[in-house]
Write a protein that binds this ligand. Sequence first.
Ligand SMILES: [Zn+2]
Length: 307
Amino acid sequence: MRKYYFLFAVLCSAIVFAQEVSKERVTKVLSALASDKMKGREIGTPENDSAAFYIAQRFQENNLAFCTGDSYLLPFEYKGKVAYNVCGIQKGKSEKILAYSAHFDHIGSTNKNGDNVYNGADDNASGVTLVVGLSDYFKNANPDFSMMYMAFNGEEKGMKGSKALADTQNLQSTFSKISALFNFEMVASVSQFGKNALYMTGDEFSDFDELLNANAENQLKIYPDPYLGQQLFYRSDNVSFVKKKVIAHSLSTVDMNVAKHYHQLNDDVNIVNFDNLTSIINSFGKTIQKLTPENFNPKYNENVNLN
Ligand SMILES: [Zn+2]
């Protein structure tokens, strides 16, 4: 009898609770996005569309609802062509939303002989993989917060996709329910702060990082942006939402002072630390599971520029 009870308990926990994401899954998703077949995912190319479709399929696999309309793919116009952002949502116990985002486009390929694809494994297949990984993690959970997952297009051409998405009329009431937006940007390496650590842009503008660190699991830790001179807070997709007064920060692991792969042909799958990325996904999952609208309600201070 006890044996059956145990089996029943195991089955229930598989149905109701969040589950750890495997390194195999993380490797598979990142490698697909950064494969030569995607030809560097430049906006306006069929391969950029393929990347959007690939992300939409992962959202479907995880039973996300559409953010608006009847598709995860939200079209916008780029140079006379249709390009897509990708957006999915999971209802939680509260109407309040935690949003996760990353840009999926990159800078394409060249005509040179040899390796001519800018695979963008770190920039930013890694960030998208983290977003997909979180939707994997919460697939069977019933979190306190509702969850919104977004993959932006056209970042490399001036944050076109995040601007278009942030301006989408039908989504304004949804955006007004966002308690915080986590924008992930280049998270493939172990940061200068060690494993399971990221830095956050604009930490001086809100208490986002303090509140998150207070609930951190598995030694996950968010550090202040060490590259303050670069004004990264205002140079990433999060800013499209900052302008909507949403608490939105970018989180990264890349060491801007030593990275040799930024917008280079060697930004390839072989530079990705999959152990660390998997650990970051599961640590975020475990941490976020503890967050409620009561214990996580970050606010900007007066130093932020919302325009
Ligand atoms: Zn880039």
